[in-house]
Design a protein around this ligand. Structure first.
Ligand code: HXC
Ligand code: NAP
Length: 294
């Protein structure tokens, strides 16, 4: 396992990247690495105090420049304000990381209409509003920008108990692929990362609350038997936002220690012991012999 920065120094020098939800969790970790690579970063989310504290912490830590602008991604005027302030401060926008999300675990039949709307509005509407606003600006100004969505593995498989999130992440994934086809002619690239479990307070409070946390170990279903490290995801995000990934577009890259592969019907058989395999082998061979005699 190696979560140290993989890109060379100044790999993102001169680039300006907007990170939605950059005040906490994975957005904060990716922002830190983008700054270390020389990018200017604007972070935005609903809680001004949170993004301001993060901006100050990251500037002190990396020596880079961070702009913090309050924004609810469901509000187009606030999105346009983030863009205006970013252009005023840094001159232009080169990248957008759609990272903001809302989510919680619940049987779907317990959800009110508003609960469903809340998640879909943050995750899907927020992503297409921001992507559309930045895309129009890039096309008008002939800037070859890059969008990266933080998706999930269940955007393609679906998942019970997080249905609004799965619906919204699935929609955002198809938008990303569709626009990669349509906007390639402008030099605009769009990609996604589909993470497995990466511990953050935001996700753990809402997806693994007690008593669930004591009942299930998220690493038990992961072939590599561990959760992800933020630095591992930051490396992939920085690469996909950089010019080094210049020929990759419309792609979603899974980073989950193999978790999604456990959907394979027999992939969970690692609990079978060697002695049991000996018995199973004999039983199968006996059946083989019997069928030859028929
Ligand atoms: C049922 C619930 C609920 C719950 C909220 N609601 N929590 N319903 N079960 N556990 C309902 C409320 O009752 C309300 O509906 C509606 O949802 C909106 O709730 P509010 O609290 O008014 O919304 P808001 O203040 O906007 O908060 C949004 C939020 C909150 C999504 C509910 O959790 C939030 O701010 N989340 C942001 C951060 C986050 O979620 N991070 C995790 C991302 S993890 P009614 O009808 O009662 O008014 C992720 C990773 C997935 O996406 C993969 C991991 C492996
Ligand atoms: P997190 O810390 O809770 O991040 C979510 C961020 O979204 C917060 O900073 C929050 O800030 C912001 N946000 C929520 N609603 C918003 C709104 N309406 N407008 C603007 N910003 C809003 O959780 P995380 O785990 O780092 O999640 C980051 C991303 O990774 C999400 O897209 C999530 O789906 C994805 N992901 C995470 C995991 C994991 O294991 N952690 C796995 C798969 C995918 P405010 O509350 O201040 O608005």
């Amino acid at each position: 396992m190696n979560a140290t920065g993989m890109l060379r120094d100044d790999a993102l020098k001169g680039k300006t990247i907007i990170v939605t939800g950059g005040g906490t969790g994975l957005g904060k970790s990716v922002s830190r690495y983008l700054l270390q690579l020389g990018a200017n970063v604007t972070i935005c989310s609903r809680r001004q105090a949170v993004i301001e504290a993060t901006a100050n912490e990251l500037m002190e830590e990396t020596g880079g420049v961070v702009l913090a602008v309050q924004c609810d991604v469901r509000n187009t005027a606030e999105i346009e304000n983030v863009m205006t302030q970013t252009i005023e401060k840094f001159g232009k926008i080169d990248g957008l990381l759609n990272n903001s999300a809302g989510n919680f675990i619940s049987p779907t039949e317990r959800l009110s209409y508003k609960a469903f709307d809340t998640i879909v509005d943050i995750v899907l509407r927020g992503t297409y509003y921001f992507t559309l606003a930045v895309g129009k600006y890039w096309i008008e100004n002939k800037i070859p920008g890059t969008v990266l969505n933080i998706s999930t593995t269940y955007a393609t498989t679906g998942s019970g108990y997080v249905v609004p999130s799965a619906v919204a992440k699935g929609g955002a994934l198809i938008m990303m692929k569709s626009l990669a086809a349509e906007w390639g002619k402008y030099g605009i690239r769009l990609n996604a990362i589909a993470p497995g479990p990466f511990p953050t307070k935001g996700a753990w409070d809402r997806l693994f609350p007690e008593p669930l946390a004591s009942m299930m170990d998220p690493t038990s279903r992961i072939p590599l038997h561990r959760v992800g490290e933020h630095g591992e995801l930051a490396n992939l995000a920085a690469f996909l936002l950089s010019d080094f990934s210049g020929y990759i577009t419309g792609e979603s890259i899974t980073i989950d220690g193999g978790e999604v592969l456990m959907a394979g019907e027999f992939s969970h058989l690692e609990k079978v012991t060697t002695e049991q395999w000996d018995m199973i082998e004999q039983t199968i061979k006996q059946a083989n012999r019997a069928s030859k005699k028929e």
